[in-house]
Design a protein around this ligand. Structure first.
Ligand code: NAD
Length: 379
């Protein structure tokens, strides 16, 4: 009997098990389901301990494998709770030895803002990919150096703009982009809270050399992000006002209340605020020619609420929330595995720092500042 076989394969007598060679694939093999990249978390503060480290349990492509901390006892305790082996605990001095640890693929930097640039560059020099908290860094020059170091090391840099991985914000972006609200004319967004000097995480936020700025750098960046990701445009002009009570010790070095406006090429405007002295708010509103949308809270860790109003009709939009922290960590793990660029690369963080610096300048000089759009991305 003649046996029909695929071209190029050696016919085998029936009944004898054989191993075929690897077929030629047109595309690279898909990643094995369940493959996870190893993260080292740098800085075991409030956000790392309460939000990020617990979220690894909800991730699909990421796992916690190493810790970097200035406090050995705390690191040992966290390592025991989350199953990190002791040899994978580093301090800020021994950090560079991560170069010898193949279990670590990605370094997640959750330090005060002024330390983001140094640890990003050191992580790249150790051959690792980087997820860096917002704001990306303190100055435009630092952002440039971080991007350059990533390119030189041929490693990915992603800024942890969690709202861009959060389902309600993603749905608002989809609705705005697909014209469901009509032409977008105005975005307003407010982010405020009371800065509390008794909380350790707020103590470095009052020190300009560590925080880089005040409410604008810390939470005004969410208002700015909202205006950019909802419109999908880059602003061409910015104006701003800042008021800070210099007799309040919290605001000896950094700014409190900021109101700033952006003008976009389409003619859309954004009216944005940030504050360290008002009761908490995290709100985004979008006004289109057909409908308006309110996301309030918009940038919480969970329990978002979204209403869409068309004429006199109002409807509530409900989405499965998932875990935005796991989603962003998995996004970077996946793009690294697939050799792609992340949705929120270093260039996205740099753009925000440029605009925030222009807000300070506009407020200082008391007149609008024109922005260059030459480096604007296509969305
Ligand atoms: P935090 O003070 O609780 O944590 C900072 C950690 O850095 C601490 O463990 C501290 O010991 C360590 N550290 C190292 N060197 C330090 C120094 N010289 N001074 C002070 N601390 C030092 O602060 P946090 O609220 O966790 O913020 C850390 C970073 O995470 C910031 O960049 C912040 O903007 C960002 N963050 C992001 C979100 C978000 O929703 N994406 C939320 C909170 C914080």
């Amino acid at each position: 009997m003649t046996m029909r076989v695929d071209a190029g394969l050696t016919p085998a007598p029936s009944g004898v098990p054989v191993g075929r060679p690897m077929p030629e694939m047109e595309r690279p093999m898909p990643e094995a389901p369940g493959r996870r990249l190893g993260y080292a978390v740098v800085g075991l503060g409030q956000f790392a301990l309460n939000q990020i480290i617990p979220s690894f349990a909800r991730s699909q492509s990421s796992k916690l494998v190493a810790l970097v901390s200035g406090n050995r006892d705390k690191a040992l305790h966290v390592a025991e709770c989350y199953g990190v082996v002791q040899k994978n605990i580093y301090d800020y001095q021994s950090f560079d030895r991560i170069a010898d640890n193949d279990e670590i693929d990605i370094v997640y930097i959750i330090l005060p803002n002024a330390l983001h640039a140094e640890f990003t560059v050191r992580a790249f020099q150790a051959g690792k990919h980087v997820l860096c908290e917002k704001p990306m860094a303190v100055t435009v020059e630092e952002c440039d150096a971080m991007i350059r170091a990533g390119r030189e090391a041929d490693r990915r840099l992603m800024i942890a703009y969690r709202a861009q991985y959060e389902p309600y914000n993603m749905e608002a972006i989809r609705m705005a982009r697909e014209g469901e609200l009509g032409t977008i004319r105005l975005v307003t967004s407010d982010h405020g809270r009371i800065l509390d000097p008794s909380v350790p995480a707020d103590q470095w936020r009052m020190v300009k050399s560590l925080a880089g700025g005040g409410s604008l750098y810390d939470i005004g960046i969410y208002s700015l992000q909202a205006a950019r990701y909802i419109t999908g445009e880059e602003p061409v002009e910015v104006s701003g006002y800042i008021t800070s009570d210099r007799n309040d010790p919290r605001f000896a070095e950094i700014e409190d209340l900021v109101a700033f406006q952006l003008r976009f090429p389409s003619g859309a405007l954004a009216n944005l605020t940030s504050s360290y002295s008002t009761s908490p708010v995290k709100r985004i509103q979008v006004f289109g020619s057909k409908a308006s949308l309110v996301l309030d809270p918009a940038t919480e860790y969970e329990r978002h609420q979204m209403m869409v109003k068309t004429g006199k009709e109002e409807r509530r939009v409900q989405m499965p929330e998932g875990n935005q922290f796991a989603a962003e960590m998995d996004h970077l793990a996946k793009v690294v595995m697939e050799n792609r660029e992340p949705k929120t690369p270093g260039e996205e963080g740099l753009r925000d720092i440029r605009i925030l610096q222009a807000v300070y300048r506009a407020a200082r000089e008391g007149k609008p500042v024109l922005l260059s759009t030459t480096d604007a991305p296509t969305r």
